[in-house]
Design a protein around this ligand. Structure first.
Ligand SMILES: [Zn+2]
Length: 333
């Protein structure tokens, strides 16, 4: 494993900012790094830590010196990860013992000291208040990275005292090239994983590496293929099975979106080179007989289903209605 800015896909402005801030010694003492699971928050904060503490002080961390090695192996005494025991809460005691009370101690071996708080949005109000004082009266050597999936869970007082950095979705093409290079997968698999991941590099990597993804893909295509022939009771039965197996509904909706995006593009262009499901061209062709209005309706139903799932309507009910509607729209041309 290595930690270099050049290995972080996309995020060019953010990388430039950090490289520049490190070389000019202009890092501030607290950052919020915000982005969904898998977007690379940890990789970014560890790369910055590595560059900051590297004994060779280049723009990129050398990955060769003792300091770099220790950071890569997660055993640098001056890079501290704030952990929590309970799954959903980072408590005030944990913030105190692991951060507030130790930040006053000078770095052990480096010039600077880094605190990485991986689940900062799980800090409860007391924990955030305990942290606030530390952020208000910074030490000259410590830097804190608060990593969040949703930074709005942090108090305004914390937000206003940190530099907020939000990771952006990475271009599909970049992800695809990366997957083909690193995992040596064929282009259609890389393209598909990139499309499902919606700019999330971590998710794309995990999709490509998982057998489950290939299996789910197969199941999905066979489901879509069978919809026109299924009776209502059979649709309800299939949904029941799906829900019972605790499958991921968001992923299913994403698969539908990508599928109908393909159907729409193929209908409009007759060009298969745009397709994600290029290996299922025959099915896409068949389904592209659906009218534009019908396809549009399918997308509306997908959004509607997503909203209902988010407001806790039962998955069984939402998905049954969705599939029945999809069947109706693709059959009525
Ligand atoms: Zn180094």
């Amino acid at each position: 494993m290595s930690l270099r800015f050049s290995e972080i896909l996309g995020q060019d402005e953010i990388k430039d900012y950090f490289k520049n801030a490190i070389s000019k010694n202009k890092l501030v003492h607290a950052y919020i790094i915000n982005g969904e699971e898998g977007s690379g928050k940890m990789m970014l904060s560890e790369t910055v830590s590595c560059a900051l503490l590297c004994e060779n002080e280049g723009e990129e961390p050398c990955n060769e010196c003792t300091s770099c090695h220790k950071i890569i192996n997660h055993n640098h005494p001056d890079v501290i990860y704030v952990q929590h025991e309970k799954r959903d809460v980072l408590s005030v005691d944990e913030i105190r013992t692991q951060l507030v009370n130790t930040i006053i101690e000078k770095p052990y071996s480096a010039k600077r000291k880094v605190y990485i708080v991986p689940d900062a949005d799980k800090m409860n109000v007391q924990a955030q208040n305990a942290l606030l004082k530390t952020i208000e009266e910074p030490s000259e050597y410590a830097i804190i990275f608060l990593l969040t999936n949703n930074m709005n869970k942090l108090l305004p007082t914390i937000l206003s005292r940190c530099i907020k950095i939000t990771l952006k979705p990475v271009d599909d093409k970049k992800i695809m090239e990366y997957l083909m290079r690193i995992y040596q997968v064929p282009d259609f698999i890389a393209k598909e994983a990139a499309a499902f991941a919606q700019g999330n590099v971590g998710l794309a990597k995990s999709l490509v590496a998982s057998e489950e993804f290939k299996e789910e893909r197969k199941e999905f295509v066979s489901l879509v293929n069978s919809i026109p022939r299924l009776q209502t009771f059979e649709i309800v039965g299939k949904v029941k099975e799906f829900v019972k197996a605790k499958k991921d509904t968001t992923k299913l909706l994403n698969m539908f979106r990508v599928w109908f995006r393909d159907v729409l593009l193929y209908k409009a262009t007759r060009d298969e080179s745009y397709l994600i499901y290029v290996s299922d061209l025959r099915l896409i062709q068949e389904m592209s007989k659906t009218s534009y209005r019908g396809i549009e309706k399918v997308f509306e139903e997908l959004n509607d289903a997503e909203n209902k799932l988010n407001s806790n309507v039962s998955a069984e009910q939402v998905l049954s209605i969705l599939l029945i509607k999809v069947k109706e729209y693709i059959q009525n041309g």
